[in-house]
Ligand binder design. Sequence first.
Ligand code: SF4
Ligand code: SF4
Length: 439
Amino acid sequence: MEQYYFHSVTLDTSKCKGCTNCIKYCPTEAIRVRNGKAVIIKERCIDCGLCIRICPYHAKKAVTDPLESIKNYKFKIALPAPTLYGQFGPDYTRERIVSALKQYGFDYVFEVARAAEIVTNATEYYMANKEIKKPVISSACPAVVRFIQIRFPNLIDNLLRIESPMEVAAALSRQEVNEKYGIPLDEIGVFFISPCAAKVTSVKAPYENRKSNVDGVLSIKDIFLPLLGIMKKQGDITSEPFSLSSAIGVSWAVTGGESSAIKEGRRIAVHGIHSVNDILEQAVKGNLDNIDFLEVLACPEGCLGGPLVVENPFIAKVNINNEIAKIAKNQAHRVLPKHKDVKEFEWKSTVEYRPIMKLDDDMMKALEKMNMIDVITEGFLGLDCGACGAPSCRALAEDIVRGDAKETDCIFKLREKVNSIAHQLHQIESAGSMSDDNK
Ligand code: SF4
Ligand code: SF4
């Protein structure tokens, strides 16, 4: 069995009431309720964070690095995701937010939006290659990459083989600091400020089987209040000029930002993991052959709807759009040189298929098990009620075949069995009283 990788999304069993709300929403059917508590099947979880949003009892959470972990490094670099800017109202400009990060304790701030511009340029060069498989599928959302790894192996070759803006920002900022200030590389700590759990997982357990350039991932939720406090105290003063990215990079926070930044080709932007599932199914069927680029984001409204943000995604979108409008108006953005050498940002290894849905290594046995699942499923009522703790009757049938559940976990089957036992007892009792009467 393949080793499980680290997961950011975890369950606090003390808070779980076993209500089964989460099981039906999980896109990979990774959750079961057993003995009154939810259980996450680790091989199936893609850390999309949907169950964090769904659980009414806040029993699901994302593990991130504590804010104090920045103290473990002599020189601290902050990598704010562009989503961070959307969390604050119109008075809190990017300059103020970046300045607050420095006052909080970071020695250097490198906007991930800056790296997003570079990735945009690299993507344009990548797309110009006639050999690549279309539609090219964005690899910026790690939950989607994991989803493709387990559910859509045929689309692995369509993934954009360019590092994510977070990884590019981490590598470039470390290099920049080392060259500018002569700080030894091992004294530099690079921290991504994240809207989502999947990014944490992609840092702690990269799907490319190589070490991430990021040293720690902090949650936007955790750092929001400290930054707000600093900005309120400081007033509307920005003490130093920052090298801020252009509108292209900041737009990546909003759904459609990545795809509209690319200048050519037919492009689609899809958000929300269930819609992503639908569009990927279309891609597998060959219905997207006239599409060049697919931007796919697991969260509703993209990163603005991540499980680790504080602001409503629609309000955050207005905040971001205000900021973008200002950049465009003032023409204050830097125009980056084109990065012709795409190789520099290309994946160095490949993403592999993770056949977690496989029933057996032996093809014949797998087929037999598949038939058994069909037969058991037919025997259920097909209500998909979830009372058994599995998301559907078919999922329960699969659990039974895998040896993880039994037929009587279905309450209707249990009732049938109880009725049949009661009937048998009644018959035995009747037979007994008849023989007593004959005495
Ligand atoms: S939604 Fe899931 S994790 Fe939350 S209480 Fe219900 S069963 Fe437990
Ligand atoms: S994080 Fe996503 S994939 Fe993992 S258990 Fe929750 S809903 Fe399912």
